[in-house]
Write a protein that binds this ligand. Structure first.
Ligand code: R1P
Ligand code: URA
Length: 290
């Protein structure tokens, strides 16, 4: 059955609705960044840039880095944007946009998607300036209330423990990302478990003029531990997208890795004076290891 025009929306030129891209704009490896201004920070390293496209916060540059074709896309902030990003990227490769038919199973394409973002550390021993590769992500956002994500026993245990610690009325979700990509690109980075928050202030325990429902939120994040045969699980850092990437990546069959430039430390209350240098270091390492 073809997918209806109201569900898979195409622009007049045949490009997909929000990303504004055609299938041939995608390389098999895609770098994603939150900040649209970070796209040129990646593509400035390219040998040549073949295309630049923008719609809303989704800025895309396609080019070559040391002979390898790379697409870099900005996403803006939050897992609601990651829902758009992953569904539209997947449709570009796994749906025939002319017939509107999903491709048969044996023709499905698995993309390699690498998030290069900023993040706050939750632990004093992960200082500002660290580069961290997310092994697991825990989502405090509501995206997975709408999809049938299948989690492992360990993932359910961790998520349930966090629900109890934070006294949440709903269970967060927990998903492991691509070990393959983490071993290839993040092998010398801190291996972490990233908490994805549906906001930058209250949901990350920041108090400006509003009090928190749970005043000890940050301490609960910092002190949370889960012990299993795989060892000790602690939360290392937070940001606003990784769990959405990992969950949708698992369900759609793409390899996804989240890399984090630690620009804040919430245990020591520091913010980096050289955050641009830290993220540029992460961009350079990522490009060199693709
Ligand atoms: C908040 O300042 C933003 O920074 C982090 C968070 O996930 C959120 O998007 O990532 P980016 O630097 O990739 O945007
Ligand atoms: N991004 C976040 O979401 N939180 C931080 O503390 C830093 C970057």
């Amino acid at each position: 059955m073809p997918i209806a025009e109201s569900e898979l929306i195409l622009n007049k030129d045949g490009s997909i609705y929000h990303l504004n891209l055609q299938p041939d704009h995608l390389s098999d490896t895609i770098i994603t960044v939150g900040d649209p201004e970070r796209v040129p920070s990646v593509s400035q390293h390219f040998d040549s840039i073949e295309t630049k496209i923008q719609k809303r916060e989704f800025v895309t540059h396609v080019g070559y880095y040391q002979g390898k074709r790379i697409t870099v896309i900005s996403t803006g902030m939050g897992t609601d944007n990651i829902d758009i990003l992953l569904n539209e990227l997947d449709a570009l490769v796994n749906v025939d946009l002319v017939t509107r038919e999903p491709r048969p199973l044996e023709e499905r394409i698995s993309l390699r998607i690498i998030r290069v973002g900023t993040s706050g550390s939750l632990q004093a021993d992960i200082p500002v300036g660290s580069l961290l590769a997310s092994e697991h992500a825990v989502g405090l956002d509501s995206l997975m209330q709408f999809y049938p994500l299948v989690e492992t026993g360990l993932e359910v245990e961790v998520a349930t423990g966090i629900q109890q610690a934070l006294q949440l009325p709903y269970r967060p979700y927990c998903v492991r990302g691509s070990d393959l990509l983490r071993e290839q690109i993040g092998f010398d980075m801190v291996k972490g478990n990233t908490l994805t928050c549906p906001g930058f202030y209250g949901p990350q325990g920041r108090v400006l003029r509003l009090d928190l429902r749970l005043p000890t939120l940050i301490q609960e994040f910092q002190q949370f531990r889960h012990h299993s045969a795989e060892g000790e699980f602690r939360l290392t850092n937070f940001e606003m997208e990784t769990a959405g990437y990992y969950a949708l990546g698992r369900m759609l069959g793409h390899e996804v890795l989240s890399l984090n430039a630690i620009v804040a430390n919430r245990a020591t209350r520091e913010f980096a004076t050289n955050s641009e240098d830290i993220i540029n270091d992460l961009i350079q390492k990522t490009l060199d290891r693709l």
